[in-house]
Design a protein around this ligand. Sequence first.
Ligand code: GLN
Length: 312
Amino acid sequence: MSRDADFLRELHQRYASLREGRPAEYIPELAKANPDAFAIAVARADGHVECAGDADVTFTLQSISKPFVYGLALERLGREAVRRKVGVEPTGEAFNSIVELEDDVHLPYNPMINSGAIAITGLLHGADPEGAAGQMRDMFAAYLARPIQADGAVVASELATGHRNRAIAHLLRHFNVIGDDIEAVLQLYSRQCSVTLTTRELALMAATLANGGRHPVTGLQAVPQRYVPDILTLMFTCGMYDSAGEWAYSVGLPGKSGVSGGLIAVVPGRMGLAVFSPPLDRWGHSARGVRVMRDLSVAWGLGLFGNSGQPG
Ligand code: GLN
């Protein structure tokens, strides 16, 4: 076993006993997650993957779908059309915040929070109501190097209880960000959040972004290279919501979390990192995941500007 794999195993051991946080409960189906499930994976830009823990256990993407669907919208609609409806500013608010929509411009601040992501999905749906689901399916299939599946129970659970996202979608309709087909947009959004995958595959998705949008194993271009900077910039500034500053300071990489416990970080040109562990911190990020990313970044010197936030 390589030194890198040994280090991943050591990190896994270091945090397996951490008892912080609980799995997301506001989507009842996610509350059933095993709090002890825990995996770490690192995929190099040449396709080499190292893992520790339950790296072949599947879970749903949740908000980690947001940067990838943002890339699809840029590809389909172009930067100008997307920027007319969704900004590029961090919010300092939680992922499901509604307050920004009451600001003077009445547009979502960025595509990494629910309001912005529902708007992005609404743009794709509005541009091609019949084709949007298939475009998403093909896009995720290119990142996963296989046909995709959505977890129907998670979709149903979110749609039955997702009053807050429904409220966001109605506000987006009120401010003319999306069209009338609100339920169809919410369904499509829940489906993108419920795509299932393993930690190993998640690391390869992150490595695809590290590799200029080209999947390291299949060589397939999952997103045009010219949009990768947009995705990574938004992940860096907004991917971790109201702890984006703390994340940038302590990890120093573009990142994105999901409420099922997945977390990715991208080291441009070099590798994708992924962790899965369902108990969440107060921002809705995997509690073990954030610690593992920080330790990996420091140990391997991965921070984009060097590693800040260290003792001394
Ligand atoms: N599907 C979830 C929601 O919209 C995704 C949120 C997340 O992962 N932060 O609430």
